[in-house]
Design a protein around this ligand. Structure first.
Ligand SMILES: Nc1ncnc2c1ncn2[C@@H]1O[C@H](COP(=O)(O)OP(=O)(O)O)[C@@H](O)[C@H]1O
Ligand SMILES: [Mg+2]
Length: 346
């Protein structure tokens, strides 16, 4: 649906500021019908990236192709037509305070010169879709944050777009409201077949809704692919730090305090074991004891869900020499469990 091909974006130096390379050689594919997430820290270039999709910014070099059309090559009039097929939602909703919920949703249709009866026919089911039929005559000041975002979503859908862009749409909402908005976006993706491209700094958002993800850092895409693969492979340092909140990735304080980096006779080895749903760990841990004669203590662990699939980490300590540890790790690997030595404790 969207392809970035060698896209770079520089903002020229200002009177008191240096030139900024906001994006640097970005190659990125947003599959049609997917929910694709782009995650990165503040200032990584996420908003710049998404603004290139609807032509609010032009790339310094490279191409941004949306549904077969190179956006940068369009004149203003053609760009307006393309924008109608792209909806966008924002962190601060951007509703007009002087317009009711209904009239906010109707706005893009009015701008497109659509007649009143057609507008009525379009907006009413959208209010229903976002669960706010009873709020049609309310003003934004009379709505909660979550309700405002629902109106923002309905407005973005009014022109029947093929692509929905979301710039931190849940960042101003509490966790529970965030979940309900993400569920709504997923429904829209599934039932209306809309491709959704969302950018966020929140791991939770990606984990919950994105089937594809790209990790951006300093204007470069450092990793991309199916969400589960990217986040359970955790190869890149940026991805790892963004995953920080994920259960089990951070070692408990009591462990790190007493941990040393080098093995010594008599020290226990701290092993982090990663399991991906299909591979139950429990019998494996028991067998480390019964088959290999290694004593196993569980120190920390948790199971989480990424893109609908279970994913867990377990931190264990093993009392065994290096040869036995190596043996234990290859035994685990033979059963589909990856592991890493994170340190040693007494
Ligand atoms: N219009 C602009 N003029 C100059 N610099 C900009 C402009 N827009 C963004 N930047 C800079 O580009 C970088 C990326 O910004 P942005 O895309 O907004 O990041 P994010 O959305 O990931 O927080 C930042 O260093 C920001 O200061
Ligand atoms: Mg931003």
């Amino acid at each position: 649906m969207v392809a970035f091909e060698g896209v770079s974006k520089r903002f020229a130096a200002g009177r008191t500021s240096a030139e900024v390379a906001a994006l640097d050689g970005v190659d990125l594919i947003v599959p049609r019908g997917s929910v694709t997430g782009i995650i990165g820290r503040s200032g990584a270039g996420k908003s710049t990236l998404i603004r290139l999709v609807n032509g609010l910014e032009k790339p310094t070099s490279g191409r941004v192709v949306v549904d077969g059309v190179n956006i940068a090559g369009l004149d203003e009039k053609k760009l307006r037509d393309v924008r109608r097929s792209i909806g966008m939602i924002f962190q601060h909703f951007n509703l007009l305070a002087s317009r009711t919920a209904f009239d906010n949703i109707a706005l893009p249709l009015e701008i497109a010169g659509i007649d009143r009866p057609t507008i009525e026919k379009r907006v009413t089911p959208l209010l229903d879709l976002v669960g706010l039929s009873d709020k049609r005559d309310r003003y934004p000041s009379e709505l909660s944050g979550g309700q405002k975002q629902r109106i923002g979503i309905a407005r973005a859908l009014a022109t029947e777009p093929k692509l929905l862009l979301s710039d931190e749409a849940t960042s101003a909402l509490d966790p529970e409201t965030t979940r309900s908005i993400l569920a709504l976006l997923k429904t829209i993706n599934k039932e209306l077949g809309l491709t959704v491209l969302l950018i966020t700094h929140e791991m939770e958002v990606i984990k919950t809704i994105a089937d594809h993800v790209a990790v951006i850092d300093g204007g470069r895409i450092v990793e991309q692919g199916p969400t589960f693969d990217v986040f359970t492979g955790h190869t890149h340092a940026t991805t790892r730090s963004l995953l920080g909140g994920l259960a089990g990735l951070h070692l408990p304080e009591f462990l790190t305090r007493q941990m040393v980096e080098k093995p010594e006779p008599g020290l226990r080895t701290i092993l982090r074991i990663i399991f991906k749903g299909e591979n139950a760990t429990e019998p494996m841990l028991a067998r480390l004891g019964s088959d290999l004669g290694i004593e196993v203590n569980i120190m920390a662990g948790a199971v989480d869900e990424i893109a609908g699939r279970p994913f867990g980490m377990l931190v264990v300590s093993l009392l065994a020499d290096e040869a036995k540890i190596t043996h234990a790790r290859s035994f685990l690997a033979d059963h589909g469990l990856s592991s890493e030595v994170v340190g040693y404790v007494r």
